[in-house]
Design a protein around this ligand. Structure first.
Ligand SMILES: O=C(CO)COP(=O)(O)O
Length: 143
C-alpha cells in the first residue's frame, strides 16, 4: 500500500511519535510525505520515505495528484485546526480529493490508529483488488 504522512508544524511531534509507535507496520509499505514532515520522520525513525515538496510549496497538491490517480491508498494528515495555514486551499483540496476517490483519510491520531490497525488485519486489501492488480505499469506497488 502507498501511505502519505503529513503534519502541520504544531502536529509534527505527534506524527513522529505515531510513526515511531507504528514503525513496524509502516515499514511494510511505501511511504510518502510532504517535505518537512518527511525529514522529521526519516530523522527520528529511519523509515524510508519519498519526500514531496513542503506543504506550502505544493506538497499537498503533489499528494493530491497521487490520490486523483489512485496511487495513494491511505492519507494520514495530522492537521492543525487551530492555526491558519497560508496554503489552506491546498489542504482543503487534498481532503476533498480523498473524499472524491474514497481514499481513507485520518486527520488525527485516534483515526490514524484505527486505520493502521485495520490495514494490519487486511481491511484495506480491497484497494489492491480494485486498483493494484490491473497490471498497469505506473510503478505502483501492490504489497
Ligand atoms: O504544510 C503541510 C501540510 O499542509 C506540511 O508540509 P511540511 O511537511 O513540509 O511541513
Amino acid at each position: 500500500m502507498n501511505i502519505a504522512l503529513i503534519a502541520h508544524d504544531k502536529k509534527k511531534d505527534s506524527l513522529v511519535g505515531f510513526a515511531t509507535a507504528y514503525k513496524d507496520i509502516l515499514a511494510e509499505h511505501q511511504l510518502f510525505a510532504t517535505g518537512t514532515t518527511g525529514s522529521r520522520i526519516i530523522q527520528e525513525t529511519g523509515l524510508s520515505i519519498h519526500r514531496f515538496q513542503s506543504g506550502p510549496y505544493g506538497g499537498d497538491q503533489e499528494i493530491g495528484a497521487y490520490v486523483a490517480n489512485n496511487k495513494m491508498d491511505i492519507v494520514i494528515f495530522f492537521r492543525d485546526p487551530l492555526t491558519a495555514q497560508p496554503h489552506e486551499p491546498d489542504v482543503s483540496a487534498l481532503m476533498r480529493l480523498c473524499d472524491v476517490y474514497s481514499v481513507p483519510l485520518a486527520t488525527n491520531m485516534g483515526t490514524a490508529e484505527i486505520l493502521l490497525k485495520g490495514l494490519e488485519r487486511g481491511d484495506l486489501s480491497w484497494r489492491n483488488i480494485v486498483y493494484g492488480k490491473s497490471g498497469d505499469q505506473d510503478g505502483r506497488d501492490n504489497s
